[in-house]
Design a protein around this ligand. Structure first.
Ligand SMILES: *Cc1c(COP(=O)(O)O)cnc(C)c1O
Length: 373
């Protein structure tokens, strides 16, 4: 490791979380690994979730799908977001399923040879992002795609408010989805509506699979006890004593109120520690140290209560500072924090109780060996 700043991802804990979630929903698991598995490394997380029986991987785009294919993943793979008619030949060749989500998409794809293209119809049950908004639209799309000899394999929708325990909106969205699925009267192999929060809180007899993303990382809105697989770390590179009146960082936004101990850490906003973290705490060997002065691109200063040696470990979030609390402090959601941890932060993995070598690549053989039931 050339910079002492790393994100630890415990793949065993991710696997345990998937098992726990599967026990709750008792349906097929579609692991949502978009955005490089929320920044955690798609091929590593894939290995963990496949080892506990996830039956499909979903991503957001063709490049993410091809990345997994290149890593050697041969199983069910679904693109949730946009694709284009130019993508159709490679989608068919690589056996990648796509969402059909608008009239325009269907009309485009129809003009190219899309025989055998695997498709999940996306129903917009109210979120107004992508998807067919009425039964008629969905019916027309289904008929056209079947005429073109596409393989219409699934149908799905997405909830806007699955974190709301009242479930008023989820129920409304679900009943719209249910009526469309029933009216279409077609035997879809995959029927899915739940994200992580809905997977653990919403039951129904229609769907047969759940799309799990953030829950794998221990985050949910329903107080389900899950493991916390991710933490972000760095190490102290310099410690100094400053006197009352000394000022710190760009813009001199912080002034020491007396003799203070200041440590410098090699992490900054280019690592994903956004500037809004100024004033928050990090955890260093038993003490919570406040971030003082502006966060720089690559470095940050913190105020210590007591001196620590150079090289002392620092937790940005993890066992002492929970990701969810950090998100609340920053007025955001855990998803955003982990997705923004940048590519230059080393990912360090734990798998089957052992630390994997830094930046270990998954051998193709390992990921293809996974069995599909
Ligand atoms: C991101 C996403 C998910 C996963 O959501 P989580 O809240 O992370 O579980 C599921 N379905 C779709 C369509 C998504 O875009």
């Amino acid at each position: 490791m050339f910079r002492n700043t790393w994100m630890e991802v415990n793949l065993d804990a991710i696997a345990d979380n998937v098992k726990r979630i599967q026990e709750i929903c008792k349906k097929r698991i579609i692991a949502v690994l978009k955005a490089d598995a929320y920044g955690c490394g798609d091929s590593h997380v894939a290995r963990a979730v496949l080892s506990v029986g996830a039956e499909m991987i979903a991503v957001s785009s063709l490049d993410e799908a091809l990345m997994l294919r290149n890593e050697g993943y041969n199983g069910e793979l679904l693109i949730l977001g946009a694709t284009e008619k130019e993508d159709v030949p490679i989608l068919i060749k690589e056996n990648i399923s796509v969402a059909a989500y608008s009239k325009d998409w269907v009309h485009q794809v129809q003009t190219t040879n899309c025989k055998n293209l695997k498709i999940h119809l996306k129903i917009d049950s109210g979120m107004n992002r992508i998807g067919f908004r009425t039964l008629d639209e969905a019916k027309e799309a289904l008929n056209i795609l079947l005429e073109q000899e596409c393989n219409v394999d699934g149908i799905f929708t997405h909830f806007a408010c699955a974190d709301d325990p009242e479930q008023t909106d989820t129920k409304k969205q679900f009943s719209k989805f249910e009526s469309i699925v029933k009216e279409l009267d077609y035997s879809f192999h995959w029927i899915h509506s739940d994200n992580s929060d809905a997977t653990i809180s919403f039951q129904d007899d229609l769907t047969n699979a759940c799309r799990v993303g953030i829950g794998m990382y221990g985050v949910n809105s329903y107080g389900i006890e899950l493991r916390h697989p991710i933490s972000l770390h760095t190490k102290v590179i310099m410690v100094k004593h400053v006197a009352k009146g000394d000022r710190i960082g760009y813009g001199f936004t912080y002034e020491a109120q007396g003799d203070e101990i200041i440590a410098t850490l090699p992490i900054g906003y280019a690592d994903g520690l956004v500037r809004a973290n100024q004033g928050r705490c990090v955890y260093i060997d038993g003490q919570y140290a406040t971030i003082v002065g502006r966060i720089c691109m690559d470095q940050v200063m913190v105020r210590l209560e007591k001196e620590v040696p150079i090289g002392t470990d620092v937790e940005i979030f993890g066992p002492h500072i929970h990701l969810e609390d950090m998100a609340k402090d920053l007025n955001t959601i855990p998803y955003e924090i982990i997705c923004l941890i940048s590519g230059r932060v080393t990912r360090s993995y734990i798998w089957e109780g052992k630390q994997l070598e830094e930046n270990a690549r998954i051998l193709k053989s390992e990921i293809t060996e996974v069995h599909y039931e």
